[in-house]
Design a protein around this ligand. Sequence first.
Ligand SMILES: NC(=O)c1ccc[n+]([C@@H]2O[C@H](COP(=O)([O-])OP(=O)(O)OC[C@H]3O[C@@H](n4cnc5c(N)ncnc54)[C@H](O)[C@@H]3O)[C@@H](O)[C@H]2O)c1
Ligand SMILES: [Zn+2]
Ligand SMILES: [Zn+2]
Length: 381
Amino acid sequence: MKAMTYRGPFRVRVDQKPKPKIEHPNDAIVRVTRAAICGSDIHLYHGLVPDTRVGTTFGHEFTGIVEDVGENVDNLQAGDHVLVPFNIACGTCFFCSRDLYSDCHNSNPNATAVGGIYGYSHTTGGYDGGQAEYVRVPFANIGPTKIPDWMDEEDALLLTDACPTGYQAAEMGDIKEGDTVVVFGAGPVGIFAARSAWLMGAGRVIVTDHLDYRLDFVRQYGPAETFNFQEVGDVVLYLKRITEYRGADVCIDAVGADAHGDLLQTFTGLKIKLQAGAATALVWAINSVRKAGTISVVGVYGPTFNLVPIGNVVNKGLTVRANQCSVKRHLPRLFEHVREGRIDPKAIITHRYALDEIAEAYEVFTGKREECIKPVVLPAA
Ligand SMILES: NC(=O)c1ccc[n+]([C@@H]2O[C@H](COP(=O)([O-])OP(=O)(O)OC[C@H]3O[C@@H](n4cnc5c(N)ncnc54)[C@H](O)[C@@H]3O)[C@@H](O)[C@H]2O)c1
Ligand SMILES: [Zn+2]
Ligand SMILES: [Zn+2]
């Protein structure tokens, strides 16, 4: 089969690989019909995630048709049209039984670090991902979810990660009615976080980025107030000024390790890799949120440490919440929101590529060219 493979930092291509087989009675094989590229893939592409091995296939956001199932799989059968959450979760461990699917204890040999994730380095289990014609889906009774007849497949695709992650970002912000919420990052995750903040009762939503085309999009879609962080001077001071010098109630980091905007963070985090990525957005969040406010972090950082002002967290009495999204937990509610038209996930898709064009897709998306917000790969095209 054809599959995207990683060749080293800034290099991906399409290779022939053996078609995956059922390896365990709980497996399914899915023929991928759509796969998205995520901001998380950018960290892999830039070589920021440890143990990203040459030859592995990325892709943790995909939909497809079930081709084959192992003998223990009774929730699915060949021919089912499914969306597959990015988390690989056993469904029964301490964490899964508390709906913390992203913290599953059985799906990653490196279990105390993080649960299993498709196509996200051997740090998260070394599973091949869905930017390919076929993918092996472990614990197939738990993750894959049938796409309802009324749902557009591209909406379903975005329910595998970006949309639930933005939603969980807002949820972890513990937004109270009328709260002012600042979202750092106007990528797919930040856009859905802004939209979700309203669903959870926010009174004011402010989004910042340095890409004007994304700010234009989220101003309409959120809707949200926006500002370009490169145009305001001191970002923390600016945020204080527009929030009565108190600071926002909730700040959401939807940027993660590849942040721009601070020379020292960029140099130590991205150039010489002394820390696990640039924590610029997180620092701005901590320093600008009001005392006793909440910071919600879904932006991804590599193991193990970053330069963040922990003293300010203590002195200001902040609540910091963070996690990989537990996608499955949010699906029932998000299905309702999509059906009722309160969220339109597919609206953020800007680009579609054949699998053979994957190198181009990565270049456009990571380079933020052509006003790209979310690219989708169609392996059958
Ligand atoms: N926790 C999870 O489960 C989960 C799931 C999906 C994605 N993520 C992470 O969420 C983050 C966003 O993902 P995405 O797909 O939206 O990525 P993206 O790269 O498309 O978007 C990130 C945006 O942040 C902007 N940005 C850069 N520096 C900034 C700064 N200092 N302040 C404000 N904005 C800044 C960029 O210009 C870009 O528009 C990534 O770190 C990704 O790995 C986490
Ligand atoms: Zn993702
Ligand atoms: Zn589990």
